[in-house]
Ligand binder design. Structure first.
Ligand SMILES: CC(C)(COP(=O)(O)OP(=O)(O)OC[C@H]1O[C@@H](n2cnc3c(N)ncnc32)[C@H](O)[C@@H]1OP(=O)(O)O)[C@@H](O)C(=O)NCCC(=O)NCCS
Length: 181
């Protein structure tokens, strides 16, 4: 009986994939269709006693905004499999407003590379500085929690094309270094 359920779930996932590609007139999506910007305020609970926001808090927000892009692109559940090239360039302080910008650069089959840029704004001075950058890889999952294909990327601009090629090259490096259990 359990086996039947698993088989049914697999069939449903296959059906979903077919419906997406056969019913939709848009088999590919441009990066601008899934772009996301999230704005969050930094509070004392996000920081050390000197008022510097924890790197982990910024990472949490980077993962969150990248997840929005991955799910908007795949229109499915998507999970983080890798977070790399994280650079904390400038400190973020309590009271700052964090602007997180995320875009999809590259897709393979079920995997997607999302680039995130975080800027902190001092509300009083109005000065905004780039505080962190990162690349996050997500994998789209079907109902049985197995990877499923995502729409291809429709590259509309020169920036899209450059970022796609750079993303492809980074993904190749990532996969070479990937540790399988
Ligand atoms: C996502 C998951 C189901 C994939 O399972 P898997 O056995 O690794 O599946 P596969 O080997 O078939 O890989 C599926 C895709 O993920 C990509 N992938 C997996 N690990 C990767 C990594 N570390 N970096 C980049 N891509 C990775 C593969 O290249 C493949 O991409 P493609 O379909 O575009 O070719 C599994 O790794 C998982 O559940 N991970 C935990 C995710 C999670 O819980 N994240 C939250 C933080 S703990």
């Amino acid at each position: 009986m359990l086996t039947d359920h698993i088989k049914l779930d697999e069939c449903m996932d296959n059906l979903e994939i077919k419906m997406t590609s056969e019913n939709s007139n848009v088999p590919e999506k441009s990066p601008s269709e899934s772009h996301a910007e999230v704005i969050v305020r930094m509070f004392p609970s996000d920081a050390n006693p000197a008022g510097n926001v924890f790197g982990g808090e910024i990472l949490k927000n980077i993962d969150m905004v990248a997840g929005i892009v991955a799910q908007r692109h795949s229109q499915s559940n998507a999970v983080t499999v890798s977070l790399d090239s994280v650079n904390f360039l400038k400190p973020v302080f309590v009271g700052n407003v964090l602007f997180l910008n995320a875009r999809i650069n590259y897709v393979h089959n079920s995997s997607m590379e999302i680039e995130v840029k975080a800027e902190a704004e001092n509300i009083v001075t109005g000065i905004r500085t780039i505080t962190a950058t990162a690349f996050v890889t997500f994998v789209a999952l079907g109902k049985n929690s197995k990877p499923i294909p995502v729409p291809n990327l429709s590259l509309k601009t020169d920036e899209d094309r450059v970022k796609f090629e750079e993303g492809k090259s980074r993904m190749e490096t990532r996969l070479k270094n990937r540790q399988k259990k």
